[in-house]
Design a protein around this ligand. Sequence first.
Ligand code: OXD
Ligand code: MN
Length: 594
Amino acid sequence: MKIIHNRLKAWVEEMARMCGPDKIIWIDGSDTEKSRLEKEAFSTGEVIQLDQNKLPGCVYHRTAINDVARTENLTLICTKKKEEAGPTNNWMAPEDAYKKAGTYFKGAMKGRKMYVIPFSMGPVGSPFSKIGIELTDSIYVVLNMRIMTRIGAPVLKVLGADGEFTKCLHSKADLDINRRLILHFPEDNTIWSVGSGYGGNVLLSKKCLGLRIASFLARKEEWMAEHMLILGIEKPDGKIDYVAAAFPSACGKTNLAMLIPPEGLKSKGYKVWTVGDDIAWMRVDSDGALWAINPENGFFGVAPGTNTKTNPNAIKTVGKNTIFTNVLLKDDKTVWWEDGEGDAPSGGTDWKGNPWKPGMKDKDGKVITGAHPNARFTAPINQCPSLSYRVEHHHGVPISAIIFGGRRAHLAPLVYESFNWQHGVYVGASMASERTAAQFGKQGEVRRDPMAMLPFCGYHMGDYFKHWLRMGKIIKKQPKIFHVNWFKQNKDGKFLWPGFGENLRVLEWIIDRCNNKVDAVKTPIGYLPNPKDINITGLDMPKENLEELLKIDKDEWLEDIKNLGEFFKKFDKKLPKEIEKEYTALKERFNKQK
Ligand code: OXD
Ligand code: MN
């Protein structure tokens, strides 16, 4: 490949001098290149080929045992001023960070190849898109980036001789957790990741560029980079409304993004179209509306828990051309994971590479799972049966509603609508989720996670709230803002709402509100549905559940508001006065209530 971009060439050479690879290989994105890389990875065992009849184009990979999830404590924002990163990010001065990581990168690629991956976030050449170049010593990373982004020669062509790009450097180095760092230099448009091989730390397009660097650029350039899925809801009359929804990790975003309408709604003609499951980049277009693209081109989804009941479209999506990471490898060279398809196989090799049988226990009597709870599939978006026809559209889709959500056993009702944009920003800022058994920490503990961006905002969250408020002034046709909670429980700890495909019934109300089709009840927290307006026909759910789901408990809310107040104190003077105002107003609305 002839490289005409001198700045790019010089940067690659400089990084190569530091990392010392034996060879530099420019990735063109072709199929021949893919076969060559796979063959090499099969020969070293980095990647294992699966049964090509049952799982055509699929491969398997195991990460190191201590390298199975994002490491937030080793993830840093490196801005000149500490204040710019804010109280919710880890920070290091750029000079110190480059120096420290530089010692880990030094010679780290000796005996290895350095792959240069040009990638586009968003459709190639779209005015919504950004270009990144990732340098890596991992074939696994190259194969993943092929699926997760649009890569290779067409991207370099758009970049031209002088285009802007995010400089992304990755090396597995020695996979030593004590020499692992995920560094973001937003002021330099640069990411350095060293010492890890886990997707969220090393597919630098995803959380690193897609959210942390992008959120920083978005503030500067007046757009929004959000941790949101995007889906289209087609009504029987053929009109499609698009929504963008933010949920903290482990709240079922991928399932919602690929939702299949329940039979009753499907037969009426409802359809759901998937645009994205994790990241939305949104801009105000010339019509004054907010338009969103999915900057990614694939899914990096959690495998355990994914089955034909929870997410049939995901199961269809991962049937070919998919990379499975840290799941159970069956003896017949297919894969399985807990709460997946069918019963556990009689045996196989677990995610650690050990022989496995169902029911095996460790020395403390704990069941050994075949797949790691954070095992993943990497699958091309165009294999999703519910794929929206607009994914390659350069301006994406117009957003009618923004939805925030969390996992709350009590407190938050099934759904409510904010009074206006400013109140909606407050609702997003007050988002929280309770820890599940799958997460580290005390179960049931409330974790505040504004807009689901706490681990992903590349700058001070107080300034981020300000940016949201400012965007409200720029967007002429503002989407309405909602909050949902699929996880409310009764006194016996049973879920009140069936969830999954049935969530479309709630989305239906949301879309009706956006199109001024239904009234709502004004409450201290926002507008709630009249119970009759949530369509529950054909749903096997006691009627009282809906009442319970729409109930607001004043004491619970006042308690939660206190907890939120403590959280907001973190932002000190940077908490916008508009958010403070909304906080006080909510308290007053409750206190005025008899
Ligand atoms: C993810 C996450 O992996 O949000 O998408 O943690
Ligand atoms: Mn995510």
